[in-house]
Ligand binder design. Structure first.
Ligand code: 9WO
Length: 258
């Protein structure tokens, strides 16, 4: 998969993209990642990328031309092939594991990171195909969010995780979308008076598996009830309306409508 990041701070990505699972994906050539700096698409002497907002108010706005031209340098004018161009912003749809899986199946992706108070709205209209948020908080720019998305996506590329790692994530826990994972312990069996649950030392694999599933379900119910299996619908709800749509995994979702 090829990923290009449009950012005023390419150095933000240098260490994370060389480190750990993501670094290995890049090293192994399973992911190719590039950065393009909108500042290189300015034409004035001061290489200006921001300007005052029309209508006034505090903060600066990222100008449209350097951003649009940076994206077009990657996807061609008007994005004829409709390469997915994702903008990270607090106004986006919430990023999920399902989206990470969809993105990992794409051959190409462009990620746009904003700065300042925001980006000129016409960037969205002209080149952005999908706007994504990693959570309801304001960052100083899209870069930390882009790193979160990149990490979640690149670790899903075939061959990036070793057999042991991927076998684990395929069973249950948040990667299986069924809910939160159970707790884990390693040696020593007793630490500051705290004992590892007896069942984990028992060697009884069926009982261990059952304990882990129960623990995971209990955690999900108490900590993230919204992730837990929903209440079964009532008889009237079951017959009302149309069946739910299939899960969203259409690559067209990542292109621009119209
Ligand atoms: C800055 C600002 C300054 C004064 C008054 C209002 C303001 N709003 C913002 C703001 O939202 N800045 C954003 C910074 C502009 C776009 C890039 N930035 C960003 C992305 N912050 N947080 C994200 C983000 C991205 C994805 N998921 C969560 C947060």
């Amino acid at each position: 998969m090829r990923v290009d990041i449009v950012t005023l701070f390419p150095e933000f990505f240098s260490v994370p993209l060389c480190t750990g699972v993501v670094g290995r994906a890049v090293q192994q050539g399973r992911a190719r990642i590039g950065c393009v700096n909108p500042r290189d698409f300015t034409t004035d002497r001061h290489r200006t990328v921001d300007d005052y907002p029309y209508g006034g108010g505090p903060g600066m706005v990222l100008k449209a031309p350097p951003l649009v031209e940076a994206v077009e340098s990657l996807v061609g004018p008007g994005n004829p092939g409709q390469v997915p161009v994702v903008l990270l912003s607090p106004q986006g749809e919430r990023f999920t594991q399902t989206m990470a899986r969809e993105m990992a199946a794409l051959p190409r992706l462009v990620i746009v990171c904003g700065r300042y108070k925001g980006i000129d709205e016409r960037v969205r209209e002209l080149v952005v195909t999908r706007e994504i948020s990693v959570g309801d908080y304001v960052l100083s720019g899209g870069e930390p969010a882009a790193l979160a998305v990149l990490d979640a996506v690149l670790r899903l590329l075939p061959g990036v995780l070793g057999d042991e790692e991927s076998a684990e994530t395929d069973s249950f826990g948040i990667d299986g979308t069924s809910g939160l994972d159970c707790g884990y312990y390693t040696r020593p069996a007793a630490y500051r008076g705290l004992q590892v649950p007896e069942v984990l030392l028992s060697g009884h694999h069926a009982r261990i598996e059952a304990w882990r599933r129960a623990e995971a379900a209990e955690r999900t119910r108490t900590r993230r009830p919204e992730l837990a299996a929903p209440e079964p619908p009532t008889a009237s709800q079951q017959t009302a309306g149309n069946p739910p749509p299939p899960p969203d995994s259409d690559p067209a979702t990542w292109r621009k409508a119209g």
